[in-house]
Design a protein. Structure first.
Lengths: 241, 198
C-alpha cells in the first residue's frame, strides 16, 4: 500500500537501528500510525531529522503493509508551532494523550484540526489550561467518550449554572447523588459544565474543577498505567522557584 | 558452508557493535583469526577490563574508572563553568571545542513517553554538584530536539533559585554551510539569534 504525502504531526520519535527512527505519527488522512524513517539520523540527513520533530506540520508519504510503514517522502508543511518553556511539557501531554487514546489506522480529520489548533494556541499566549481542557473534550468525543454537558442525565433538565452536580464518570451529570460504591463520580458546579460546553472559562474555579473532572474521566479510560507526561509536569511544577 | 560453532558465536557476538551487520562481522572474525590473533587477544583483555572497571564519575556521571573522572579531579579546569550534556560522547565533542570548565552528563534527556524523568537523569546529583562547587554559569548543551529543549528548560527552572547565570548553546548555520540547503527551522533560529557585526 502506498500513501501519498498528506499532512501529519509527529507524536513521538524513537531511535531505531543505527541511523533510522521509528516514529509515531498523527496523519490527517490515516489517523495514528507507526512509521520507520530510514537513515534520517545519519549525519548527511540532518535536514530530515530537523523536519521529523513534534509540533511541526509535515507532508509525509509512505508505503508498506500491515502495522508499520516506511517513509518515502518528507517535506515541510505550511506551519510550525514553536512551543516554549512549560508549554513544551503541555505538548508532551497532548501527544501522549493522543497516542494513548487513538487506535491505529483510524482517521480522525476533525481531531487532527483540533490538535493543530491546540498547538497553535500553546505556541501563542492563549491560556494553557483552557487549551488542554478543550483538547481533552474533543479527543474524548472523537474516541466515543463524549461528555454530557448540557443536561441532567436523570431529569433531562438543562444544567443550572449555580447548582452542584454529581458527574458520574461513565454517564454524565446529575443533581442526585449516585450510589458511590458502584458509580464513581466527581462533584462539580453547573457553571463548569457550561464553560466546558462553551469552551470558554470565566472563573478559575471552573477551570480547576474541569481539570479534576477530565483527570478522573481520562484515568478511568486509560486504566492502571498513568500518563508519564503528567508525572513530569507535576515534578516540573514542584521544582519551580 | 558449515562454520565451527565457536566461529558462529564469534560472528554473532561481533554484531552487537554499532554499524556491524552479519557480513562485516564475518569479515572481522576471519581477519582476526587469519592474521591478527595477537591483536584480538589484546582486544579481548581490554574489553573485559573496560567492562569490569569503567563506571560513572561520582561528580559528573561521565564514564570513568576512578571515583572522579580526570576533568572533575583536575585543578586546571575553570570550576565556575558547568556544561550540561546528554551523553559522554557529547563531553568528547565539547572538549574538542576547547572548553575548559566542568561537565554534568545526564545520560539521556527528558522523555516521558520513554519513561525518562528527572530521577533517571540524576538531577538530584546535579543539585549536589551545585551545592559543592561554586558554579557561576551553567551552559545547557542538550540536543536541539523537542526533548532536549524541554530538558534544558526544566534544568534552567530548577537552578533559577540559586541565582546562577544560565545559557544555552547558540543555534545556527554550520561552518561552510550553504543557505539554500539549510532547513527553514535552523535558519529562523539563526535569524532570530543574529548578532551585530563588530
Amino acid at each position: 500500500m502506498r500513501v501519498k504525502a498528506n499532512p501529519c504531526f509527529i507524536l513521538h520519535n524513537r531511535a531505531w537501528r543505527e541511523t533510522s527512527m521509528m516514529t509515531e505519527v498523527f496523519s490527517r488522512q490515516e489517523g495514528r500510525i507507526t512509521l520507520v524513517a530510514r537513515g534520517v539520523r545519519a549525519a548527511k540527513k540532518n535536514n530530515s531529522q530537523a523536519l521529523l520533530q513534534p509540533y511541526r506540520k509535515i507532508m509525509l508519504g509512505w508505503y508498506g503493509k500491515g502495522e508499520m510503514g516506511t517513509v518515502n517522502s518528507l517535506e515541510a508543511g505550511d506551519s510550525e508551532y514553536a512551543l516554549q518553556g512549560r508549554r513544551l511539557m503541555s505538548g508532551f501531554y497532548i501527544n501522549e494523550l493522543t497516542m494513548r487514546l487513538l487506535h491505529r489506522h483510524e482517521p480522525h480529520p476533525e481531531l487532527f484540526d483540533a490538535y493543530e489548533h491546540a498547538l497553535a494556541k500553546l505556541s501563542r499566549d492563549a491560556c494553557e489550561q483552557t487549551t488542554l481542557r478543550i483538547y481533552e473534550k474533543q479527543i474524548l468525543r472523537a474516541v466515543g467518550f463524549g461528555l454530557v454537558l448540557d443536561h441532567d442525565i436523570r431529569t433531562l433538565d438543562a444544567i443550572d449554572h449555580d447548582a452542584l452536580y454529581h458527574y458520574q464518570l461513565e454517564a454524565g451529570p446529575s443533581l442526585t447523588s449516585p450510589d458511590s460504591n458502584t458509580m464513581p463520580s466527581v462533584i462539580i458546579h453547573g457553571s463548569t459544565l457550561r464553560s466546558l460546553e462553551k469552551e470558554c472559562f470565566e472563573q478559575p474555579r471552573d477551570l480547576a474543577e474541569a481539570r479534576s473532572l477530565m483527570r478522573s474521566i481520562i484515568a478511568g479510560i486509560l486504566g492502571p498505567k498513568p500518563l508519564a507526561s503528567r508525572k513530569l509536569y507535576q515534578s516540573y511544577i514542584r521544582c519551580l522557584p | 558452508m558449515i562454520e565451527s560453532p565457536l566461529l558462529t558465536r564469534l560472528v554473532a557476538s561481533l554484531q552487537c557493535m554499532p554499524g556491524i551487520g552479519k557480513k562485516s562481522a564475518r569479515r572481522i572474525a576471519y581477519q582476526l583469526l587469519q592474521s591478527k590473533r595477537q591483536n584480538a587477544r589484546e582486544l579481548a583483555t581490554v574489553l573485559v577490563e573496560a567492562m569490569d572497571r569503567i563506571g560513572h564519575c561520582q561528580s559528573c556521571r561521565t564514564f570513568s574508572e576512578s571515583e572522579l573522572c580526570q576533568v572533575c579531579a583536575s585543578h586546571k579546569r575553570d570550576r565556575t563553568l558547568l556544561c550540561i550534556v546528554e551523553s559522554p560522547a557529547d563531553v568528547y565533542a565539547i572538549e574538542e571545542a576547547h572548553y575548559n570548565g566542568l561537565y554534568f552528563v545526564l545520560m539521556g534527556h527528558l522523555s516521558p513517553l520513554d519513561g525518562v524523568g528527572p530521577d533517571e537523569l540524576g538531577l538530584d546529583q546535579l543539585e549536589q554538584l551545585l551545592d559543592r562547587e561554586s558554579v557561576e554559569e551553567i551552559i545547557l548543551a542538550t540536543g536541539t530536539t523537542v526533548e532536549g529543549e524541554a530538558t534544558a528548560h526544566y534544568i534552567s527552572e530548577m537552578v533559577k533559585k540559586r541565582g546562577i547565570r544560565v545559557s544555552r548553546l547558540a543555534l545556527g548555520i554550520p561552518m561552510g554551510g550553504d543557505l539554500e540547503y539549510i532547513d527553514s527551522n535552523t535558519l529562523s533560529h539563526a535569524l532570530s539569534g543574529r548578532r551585530p557585526v563588530e
